[in-house]
Write a protein that binds this ligand. Structure first.
Ligand SMILES: Nc1ncnc2c1ncn2[C@@H]1O[C@H](COP(=O)(O)OP(=O)(O)O)[C@@H](O)[C@H]1O
Ligand SMILES: [Mg+2]
Length: 431
């Protein structure tokens, strides 16, 4: 296999002793996955007894995409099935000649495993995460902390290779933007490869990319990170990031908003508000309604929040909590307050919340992993196609769940705070 110029440059970064993390960005078809597989394979043969991780958000996607690229590269390099043992179920591949291993891993964020205990005590020599934009920053940080296996023996520095197509999330903030502004951290490197940098790809593929919709074409063909993503989005990307540093937002009346877990695995989220400052976000998993009621009351008493200033999502088991607390109940699908151009109360509150976020009127005090989760949730809340009655609506919970693997619990809890504004003023609110 002959590497492309961009792949050669990427390999240089992966083999120097200066950088720890390389983000090899795209374009689609730029040869990112191929380079990742090549690097991992090369390491397995060059450094006997080492262990290299190939990860992706979802293991089954990894097995149906990146793994195929790995086999493709092996074929090009003349590595045959006699040279290794592969257990597809466990995701371990061991090479006979060197004893080195490749381990395939699922890096998806499951709320039931917030600290990525699934990575266990496993030590690795290095890692390649394909389509890293599907992973949270925390997953990558924890993964990076596991890189120490046999490093000293082979005189290696810890290396993580991340690949992605242009996306507005933490990779944009941590790699692309600082790289563009000339202040990327010393141990990080950003390099982009487009389909036009890959002479091995079929001409038809470029044609396909040219026929994509505007935003997809900008991202996948032109590798443009500053693509226009406002269409259908309620929240502006930069403004979402701002809520965590808008400490100037004034204090005001105290409120508590609560999103109650529906099923065993979900979390209940309790937000304490001072004006439009969400001062704390508390999360409870596997908590009974009675226990949750006790926690909410403790917070309310400690901060002197009256019952009429507490709102609880009343759908499902939340109704029980409303009964115990004798507070306000929030019914997602109930009629909007005042003007009726929203599909329901939830959509109305989300539009109002988005307006406040986009105007820099919201502050949220949150730890890094909650910021990650919340930013991801808000980023995904989109305007749903107008229904036949032309009412404004937001994306269904089930669809969001498909996309990010969990309910947008924190976003939902924050959005409910708007109820008090709507109820107070009863003014007509046009999103
Ligand atoms: N150096 C190379 N030599 C031969 N084929 C390559 C090389 N690099 C990439 N390819 C092929 O080009 C295609 C696109 O590469 P891929 O790594 O999947 O791109 P990306 O991950 O950036 O979308 C694949 O079929 C891959 O096998
Ligand atoms: Mg790829």
């Amino acid at each position: 296999m002959r590497l492309t110029i961009k792949q050669t440059k990427a390999l240089d970064i992966l083999e120097n002793s200066k950088h720890n993390t390389l983000l090899f960005g795209g374009g689609a078809g730029g040869g990112k996955s191929a380079l990742g597989c090549y690097w991992i394979l090369k390491n397995c043969f060059k450094y006997p007894g080492t262990r290299w991780l190939i990860g992706r958000s979802k293991l089954h996607t990894l097995k149906s995409t990146t793994l195929n690229t790995l086999f493709e590269i092996m074929k090009m390099q003349g590595i045959t099935s006699n040279d290794y043992y592969f257990n597809r179920t466990s995701g371990f591949m061991t090479f006979h000649s060197t004893g080195s291993q490749i381990v395939l891993k699922d890096l998806f964020y499951y709320p039931s495993d917030p600290n990525f205990d699934k990575l266990g005590s496993m030590e690795i020599t290095g890692a390649f995460v394909d389509e890293a934009s599907e992973c949270t920053q925390k997953a990558i940080m924890i993964l990076s902390s596991r890189i120490r296996f046999q490093l000293d023996l082979h005189n290696l520095v810890p290396k993580v290779l991340l690949t992605c197509n242009p996306t507005k999330n933490w990779l944009y903030n941590e790699f692309y933007k600082p790289w563009k502004d000339g202040n990327i951290l010393n141990h990080r490197y950003f390099l982009q490869s487009l389909v036009t940098d890959n002479p091995h790809i079929s001409k038809h593929y470029i044609g396909q990319l040219q026929r994509l919709d505007n935003v997809s074409r900008q991202r996948l063909l032109e590798g443009m990170w500053e693509y226009d993503d406002t269409l259908g989005k309620l929240f502006e990307y930069d403004k979402i990031n701002d809520i965590f540093s808008n400490s100037f937002v004034p204090k005001g009346d105290l409120h508590i908003s609560v999103d109650v877990a529906r099923y065993g695995n979900d979390r209940s989220v309790v937000c304490l508000w001072n004006g439009f400052r969400c001062e704390s976000i508390l999360q409870y998993t596997k908590t009974s309604i009675t226990e949750l009621a006790t926690y909410v009351l403790e917070i309310a008493n400690k901060n002197k929040v009256g019952r009429s200033n507490i709102i609880v999502d009343e759908d499902g088991v939340g109704g029980g909590l409303v009964d115990v607390l004798r507070c306000k109940g929030f019914v997602n699908n109930s009629r909007p307050i005042g003007k009726e151009n929203y599909a329901n109360l939830k959509a109305q509150c989300y539009y109002m919340f988005a307006d406040k976020v986009n105007n820099g009127e919201i502050y949220v005090n949150a730890v890094m992993e909650d910021r990650d989760a919340l930013a991801q949730e808000l980023e995904i809340v989109q305007v749903r196609k107008l229904d036949s009655e032309q009412k404004l609506n937001v994306m269904e919970k089930s669809k969001i769940k498909d996309l990010i693997g969990r309910s947008p619990d924190i976003a939902d809890a924050l959005m409910m705070r708007m109820y008090f504004e709507l109820a107070k003023s009863k003014v007509v609110y046009f999103g």
